[in-house]
Design a protein around this ligand. Sequence first.
Ligand SMILES: C[S@@+](CC[C@H](N)C(=O)[O-])C[C@H]1O[C@@H](n2cnc3c(N)ncnc32)[C@H](O)[C@@H]1O
Length: 367
Amino acid sequence: MLLRDSHDLAVPPSTPVEDVVPAGGVPLRALAYPELRYMGSKHRLIPWIHDVLSTLDFETALDPFCGTGCVAYLMKAMGRQVTACDFLGFTTLVAQATVANATRTLDGADVDAILSPRADADDFIARTFDGVFFTADDRVFLDRASAGLRRLDDPDARAVAYAALFRSCLKKQPRGVFTVSGDLARYDDGRRDLRLSLEEHFREQVAVFNAAVFDNGRANRAFQADVFETDAPGVDLVYLDPPYVPRSDDNCYVKRYHFLEGLSCYWEDLEIMQDTKVKKIEKRFTPFSYRRTAVDAFERLFARFAKSTIVLSYSSNGYPDLAILEGLLRRRKRRIDLFERQHRYNFGTHASVERARVTEYILVGRG
Ligand SMILES: C[S@@+](CC[C@H](N)C(=O)[O-])C[C@H]1O[C@@H](n2cnc3c(N)ncnc32)[C@H](O)[C@@H]1O
């Protein structure tokens, strides 16, 4: 898309609008990042995170808990060299599509190739998730698309297709989580997202992710790894947004997104817990989820990245609390700055909305 009216921006009208950065403002690309319904997503906090990051001196950055990829993508849009990681496979694929990928988009021929019927396509999803998720046609489509996109040779092309598929599933699944199944009529409020077939969603989402692809002239990367195995030696800044131990409930990503994690590898080497209603896979251990391990995990986290500027996102409803975290960070960093603002996460049921009203913190440790 080209800029039509550039009066206020003092840039030539031929400039692609995505490349416009209003004076002192957030790159428009970062604001246009495809939002995924994902627990803890910072998408709506991007302008604030940008304001904080733009006060810091860095050229290279690591986001080892990248989730939807929106913060890694913000830093890419700010012109930095970015490495994005997550211990889940499906989130890593999204980051590969948007952060690492500089040029590859999908054209009509790619989409036709992905969607063409195949005699050799498995029917694993149709069989396994019958009566659990989506309509029968949607499940057949997912089996077909999975077979098609796994044949794409170019890993970036595959990643764009996967990202489009994941966002399609998140839009169509009520509440965007895979903890609910069966008769979902009670969720049907006539929303377009629930009415479209997954194939119709997918075609739209390919265009959405194509539009997010751009080259910032740097060698950006995305790979799947546990944070304690992630290595980015000499990186200037590390943005840390780990899960936190909630006051109640749990924060298990696999419980909520097991279907997408399975889809990301067609359940290869993953064992389905057949006695569960929604056909879950085993959850993955992370020390940030438990009171008994969280403090030690933060200690090790800050030690691991002690040579970099540390930017930590955190919420008032998590454990350990801010004072403990600040104390831990002080052991590694001479200068600490605290930024805070009120925020309301849209995630969750009506009953949990009160709980979702929090103070969001960013702790910056330098020196
Ligand atoms: C709060 S979310 C990050 C949200 C992200 N900043 C965004 O805006 O979308 C935390 C992420 O950490 C990942 N995660 C949890 N434990 C991890 C670990 N030990 N190593 C790497 N990633 C982990 C989860 O899969 C999840 O995507």
